[in-house]
Write a protein that binds this ligand. Structure first.
Ligand code: ADP
Ligand code: MG
Length: 726
């Protein structure tokens, strides 16, 4: 032993030609790695043969037996002799054909490969032939009945139906190392079932069935005439099926004209079904992607889909996705991977963006759950959708998506990305972390999170905040359910889309409450007073009975709060006693539903607790007098729905930041006043950008009425035109 080793190291090593059978076996092993690969090839052949019914029988995970029976056009007796030679195919003749072929398999390699690593037999009957013929193959050659390669062997006439039956036995019998690598037969079986399931979802007019050898029942079966939705229902269950959205790109969307009017991306069709944002599913379902009717794994597609869903689904929830793309065959290179599971195509980045935009708008427009999942939205506002890659297992995740740069259409701001401001203003933003506009920042800008002393009104007692994140009360009141329903029904798709893509730019006029935001390539001015009124209404409704508490130790007398209003106006107001009485009479309702707690003490009616409608959303104490006056004078307490809606509307009003009064409007024009105003404006900017806009982006269902509060003032392509002229 030692001798032969040292001999080998001294002699120059000679190159030897490997035996043909070894070469073929190696080649086959690259194409067929596991039984599911063989099955995929065989399925594709059967579909190519125009079958309408395909039956699959499996024993020991496909390693012992893999049999597929179809009713397609069959194989001619004369072709059966060369069927398993390498590069024999009926599907292409010239290299040019390779470039425009639209059938599934085309390299004439599958059957040849399988014959090198298994005992293969084929029985087939064409319509024209009165008989079926059966052949056995070994190492690419016809074999005789002993299973040995025999050039003189002939197809054997047998009785049989139109179509083809392919039987693969003892897969990898001659590749023991591969055989040992399979850990469990049931794993291999489920991979086979997965492949069949996906082809069954995708392939129209073909029925599929799959069964384990020796077991009486089918693991799956679909009818040829079933619709895609029906098939998804029977294969994946009705829970998924009832939450499906149909995704179908129009020819305009396919052409990507708004991306590049001149370039043809070769995208011919994108169709499919995806689950909506109400479908919360903890188990991962592998996305089903077909490109030109071929089942593929497409990492770029997977990446963009995950990035879109991450925005709509809570962490740990997985969508169902089935997408079928048709791309000009000449733009595709399928030969980058031996198993043809991966492929490349031209304009990949643009095509991905077209699909991403479509999926995003589809989900945004139908996202009825937005409003029911407030707590998620609060925590997810801290996520940064574009950076947080949920699936780090895919190898391509580290490759950044290259963008097709078209300067005038680049979206330059993304709210999810860090801004310069966050680097410059570290100190101030840290202290402002809990601040909010108007008087309320004083309330919360204290050192501790929980126990906070109240500042704005010296006569207000100590208060404390608490927010219960853990328990959630499900509200079954029909009036609230119907109010929620009308919110989702009146949502305007386009407007909601604008908000779901928005990023805050800045305040334009703090007196008129106007601010600027960007959405896609367009710039908008909006009346944030009006928009926030709607947003806060929706949030108050969503979180109904689940508000946080702002406790006022000792309480503040309603008499005292209201008298501020009575003093400051000459208008005819309802007598203060009546206002207080109508609130007091409803005090239990206020406490149970709205966390507004009032108690009587020495003849006064003291408010001891107020609601926090959502985390980090507060209000100005100076608005309290109006709030309580309106509660005591405008609400119809007779009708439950009107009453609840009224109170929720009042709470929304209470939360809209007050207009900031500038110095011309105020008698006080001291430097101190200016500074004060400046810091208020800064706090307001911060509040709008970091508290309010994230909510608008993630939760807001914009009703048509808000339309008048939003005006588009510029778009980037338009501005470019102006600059080009200069
Ligand atoms: P390819 O599919 O690339 O042509 P294959 O090795 O998979 O190569 O198949 C070789 C040929 O065998 C096919 O071109 C087709 O003519 C024929 N064939 C294979 N399976 C079937 C089938 N189920 N029904 C009819 N013809 C088949
Ligand atoms: Mg094939």
């Amino acid at each position: 032993m030692a001798q032969s080793l040292s001999k080998a190291s001294t002699d120059a090593r000679r190159i030897k030609r490997l035996d043909d059978s070894v070469v073929n076996r190696i080649a086959a092993g690259e194409i067929i790695i596991q039984p599911a690969n063989a099955l995929k090839e065989l399925l594709e052949n059967s579909i190519d043969a125009g079958s309408t019914m395909i039956e699959i029988l499996v024993k020991e995970g496909g390693l012992k037996l893999l049999q597929i029976t179809d009713n397609g056009h069959g194989i001619d007796k004369d072709d059966m002799k060369i069927l398993c030679e390498r590069f024999t195919t009926s599907k292409i003749e010239t290299y040019h054909d390779l470039e425009r072929i639209s059938t599934y398999g085309f390299r004439g390699e599958a059957l040849a490969s399988i014959s090198h690593i298994s005992r293969l037999s084929v029985t087939s009957k064409t319509k024209a032939s009165p008989l079926a013929y059966k052949c056995q193959y070994v190492n690419g050659q016809l074999a005789n009945s002993n299973g040995r390669s025999d050039p003189n062997a002939e197809p054997k006439p047998v009785a049989g139906k139109d179509g083809t039956q392919i039987t693969v036995e003892d897969l990898f019998y001659n590749v023991p190392s591969r055989l040992k690598s399979f850990r469990s037969k049931s794993d291999e079986f489920s991979k086979i079932v997965d492949v069949v399931t996906r082809y069954a979802v995708h392939t129209n007019q073909v029925g599929f069935s799959c069964k384990k050898f020796g077991e009486p029942y089918l693991v799956l079966s679909t009818r040829p005439q079933a619709t895609t939705e029906e098939k998804i229902r029977s294969l994946y269950g009705s829970e998924v099926a009832s939450e499906l959205l149909n995704l179908n790109l129009t020819s305009e969307e396919l052409s990507g004209v708004d991306r590049s009017p001149t370039q043809d991306f070769g995208l011919l069709e994108v169709t499919g079904f995806v689950s909506n944002s109400s479908y919360l599913n903890k188990k991962k379902i592998t996305h089903i992607f077909f490109i030109n009717d071929r089942l593929v794994s497409c990492n770029p597609l997977k990446r963009i889909i995950n990035s879109v869903y991450q925005f709509f689904l809570p962490k740990g929830s997985h969508p169902f996705v089935y997408l079928s793309l048709k791309i000009k065959p000449e733009n595709i290179d399928v030969n980058i991977h031996p198993t043809k599971r991966e492929l490349r195509f031209l304009y990949e980045d643009d095509i991905m963006e077209i699909i991403r935009d479509k999926l995003h708008s589809l989900l945004a427009a139908t996202d009825s759950s937005r409003k029911f999942r407030s707590q998620n939205a609060i925590s997810s506002s801290k996520r940064r959708p574009d950076f947080d890659e949920p699936d780090s297992s895919s190898y391509a995740t580290h490759q950044p998506i290259k963008k097709y740069r078209q300067e005038n259409r680049l979206v330059r701001v993304d709210a999810s990305q860090a801004k310069l401001e966050s680097f410059l203003n570290k100190e101030s933003s840290a202290t402002e972390e809990t601040s909010s506009p108007g008087g309320a920042q004083n309330l919360s800008s204290s050192k501790q999170d929980d126990e906070v002393s109240v500042g704005p009104d010296a006569n207000m007692a100590q208060s404390s905040y608490s927010y219960n994140d853990t328990e959630w009360t499900d509200v079954k009141l029909s009036s609230i359910i119907s109010l929620k329903k009308s919110v989702s029904e009146s949502a305007d798709r386009d407007l909601t889309n604008i908000f779901s893509n928005c990023s805050y730019v800045g305040i334009v006029d703090e007196k008129k409450r106007l601010c600027c935001f960007q959405s896609d390539v367009r710039l908008y001015v909006c009346d944030y007073g009006a928009v926030l009124n709607e947003l806060f209404y929706q949030m108050t409704l969503d979180n109904f009975m689940n508000y946080g508490e702002m406790r006022l130790v000792d309480g503040v007398a309603l008499e005292e709060i209201l008298s501020a209003l009575y003093k400051s106006t000459d208008e005819q107001l309802k007598p203060i006693e009546e206002v207080i009485l109508s609130i007091w009479e409803m005090k239990e309702m206020f406490e149970t539903y709205f966390k507004i707690k009032i108690f009587e003490h020495e003849g006064e009616h003291r408010v001891s607790c107020l609601p926090l409608i959502a985390k980090d959303i507060t209000f100005s104490m100076s608005k309290l007098p109006f709030f309580f006056y309106r509660l005591g004078s405008l609400i119809d307490y007779e009708d439950e729905k009107a009453c609840l809606e009224g109170i929720i509307r009042e709470l929304a009003l209470l939360h809209i930041p007050e207009p900031l009064v500038s110095d011309e409007d105020s008698e006080d024009s001291s430097v101190e006043h200016d500074n004060n105003l400046l810091s208020k404006k800064e706090a307001l900017e911060h509040y709008l950008e970091h508290r309010v806009f994230p909510l608008l982006k993630q939760k807001f269902l914009a009703p048509k009425e808000v339309d008048s509060a939003v005006v588009q003032i510029a778009d980037l392509p338009g501005l470019y035109k102006v600059f080009e002229r200069c």
